[in-house]
Design a protein around this ligand. Structure first.
Ligand code: SAM
Length: 364
């Protein structure tokens, strides 16, 4: 087994913890949606790993399986629905370790099938691509968690064209950033990754974060999903190490991921630091700056009337309803927003509100 493999499995950082927490929280929501509306679903990992770290923490396939096995809708999900877990891992030792971890979960429910495939993910995805139906198959959540950034983006694009498929991609920005600095060596690989040569422009962007955002934009366009969101994982020096990029075709999926991202990053900068200590009490309140949302709401609704649900809906691809409620409450108190036909602003009643004047300052 190579060194990259061993050092990875013997260290469980804050970034690993958050990555698994994101997976656990999002899958909890995804399973809940599926439990009410679909006859079956697929969870697929292209780089499944060992199933457990040397430090004792479970790896992503075990996190995902435990989320299902302890889910409040477990009976419905595994009674009438049925789940297929496809766990691809190329390394023999890792695949055997993963088999042991799955076995240690005990006897699995009859309608849960787990397939551990010791193979190269690319070969597996390629061989199954012909069976993808243009009409779409069962909902599929694909977790792509490689060591480097070399990935068959064209294959991921094919899967994402399936209506119910979504992908959580661990995009190894630090490796890619290094490759961008050596275009002669890595040019062909970057061409294949982005599907064209537009990556060449990235080198001219001086700011490291802006360059990363531009690369994410190119990558999302390449992968072709309707919606994407990301959270940046920073190394000990505060520099972006990798980015968890979620791609989906349904607005509901985006909304659920948005809720998870806000829970992991309450101040709204969507960054996780390796040096963060989860046991440390938060000494100051981590409130997001709602000014951009206030500007957005005024630009959309200024001078007119709307139901509060409609106001929430326009911003939920990034903000949460509690944020638009805070803005409307502030404006209501300052007389800039009027509730039509009612004395109070009660959001659960979905009242009609009129955005009367633009408040100055936009937030008090
Ligand atoms: C970052 S680790 C996966 C960690 C795992 N997702 C977790 O969070 O517990 C990457 C894994 O991909 C495996 N791997 C590397 N190249 C692969 C390939 N071409 N196909 C399938 N697995 C591969 C490595 O052996 C390693 O176990």
């Amino acid at each position: 087994m190579d060194d990259a493999n061993d050092s990875h499995w013997n260290e469980y950082t804050e970034l690993q913890r958050v990555k698994h927490e994101l997976l656990r929280c999002y899958l909890g929501a995804w399973f809940a949606i599926l439990g009410s509306s679909h006859p079956g679903f697929v969870y697929l990992e292209t780089h499944a790993g060992r199933g457990r770290f040397g430090t004792g923490e479970p790896g992503s396939p075990i996190v995902a399986l435990n989320t299902l096995l302890t889910h409040r809708f477990r009976d419905r999900l595994l009674g009438s629905v049925g789940a297929t877990f496809i766990l691809i891992e190329e390394d023999e030792t890792n695949a055997l370790a993963l088999e042991n971890e799955v076995r240690a979960l005990g006897r699995l429910p009859a309608r849960l099938s787990v397939h551990i495939i010791r193979a190269d993910y690319e070969t597996e995805l390629q061989s199954a691509v012909s069976s993808l139906s243009p009409r779409g198959g069962p909902p599929m959540f694909m977790f792509v968690d490689p060591f480097g950034f070399k990935l068959r983006m064209d294959l991921l694009h094919r899967y994402l064209q399936q209506d119910g498929c979504e992908v959580l991609l661990n995009f190894m920005w630090r490796n890619m950033s290094q490759a961008l600095g050596q275009p002669t060596t890595f040019g062909p690989l970057l061409d294949a990754t982005f599907g064209q040569t537009r990556w060449e422009r990235l080198g001219a962007i001086q700011d490291f974060e802006q360059r990363c955002d531009a690369a994410l934009g190119l990558l999302s366009a390449r992968l072709g999903a309707d919606h994407s969101r990301d959270i940046k994982m920073l190394g000990p020096n505060g520099v972006i190490k990798y980015v968890l990029l979620h791609l989906a075709n349904h607005r509901l999926a985006l909304r659920k991921m948005n809720e998870v991202l806000w829970a992991l990053s309450p101040e709204g900068d969507f960054r996780v630091r390796q040096s963060d200590n989860p046991d440390q009490p938060v000494l100051f309140s981590r409130e997001p700056d709602l000014t951009p949302l206030a500007e957005l709401l005024w630009s959309k609704f200024g001078g007119r009337c709307a139901r509060t649900d409609e106001v929430d809906e326009t911003s939920t691809t990034f903000w949460l309803p509690k944020h638009s409620h805070a803005v409307m409450r502030d404006w209501h108190q300052r007389g800039a927003l009027r509730v039509v036909g009612q004395p109070k602003l009660v959001f659960s009643h979905n009242p009609e509100v009129e955005f009367v004047t633009k408040p100055v300052p936009i937030l008090s």
